[in-house]
Design a protein around this ligand. Structure first.
Ligand SMILES: [Zn+2]
Length: 103
């Protein structure tokens, strides 16, 4: 089941990205890639088709990059558990990733 991300979900993810960009001192494109690398399970169409061409590699984040992503997530989605967080993030960043509504 692939449900379109809602406007609210998109703005939450943009907020996470802009916080990561700020704490890491990178542009939003780089921050978006960090968040995607952090959370992508490799299940999305983009990962399957384009990850090699762009040098995208799952995992392999530096410790401080991990920490920055985690901090940004917990600031923007303080009440969400992992399942809910990745439901939202995958819906926006991972086209084609199967989205199952968290219970
Ligand atoms: Zn992905």
């Amino acid at each position: 089941m692939n449900m379109e991300a809602t406007e609210q979900e998109k703005s939450q993810v943009e907020e996470i990205i802009s916080r990561v960009a700020e704490t890491q001192g990178v542009d939003s494109e780089a921050a978006r890639k960090l968040l995607h690398r952090y959370g992508c399970g490799g299940g999305c169409d983009w990962y399957k088709t384009k990850s090699k061409a762009t040098g995208f590699e799952k995992g392999g984040l530096a410790e401080e990059e991990n920490a920055a992503v985690e901090a940004a997530i917990s600031e923007v989605l303080p009440q969400a558990n992992d399942e809910q967080v990745w439901y939202v993030v995958h819906g926006v960043l991972c086209p084609g990733h199967p989205r199952k509504q968290p219970s």
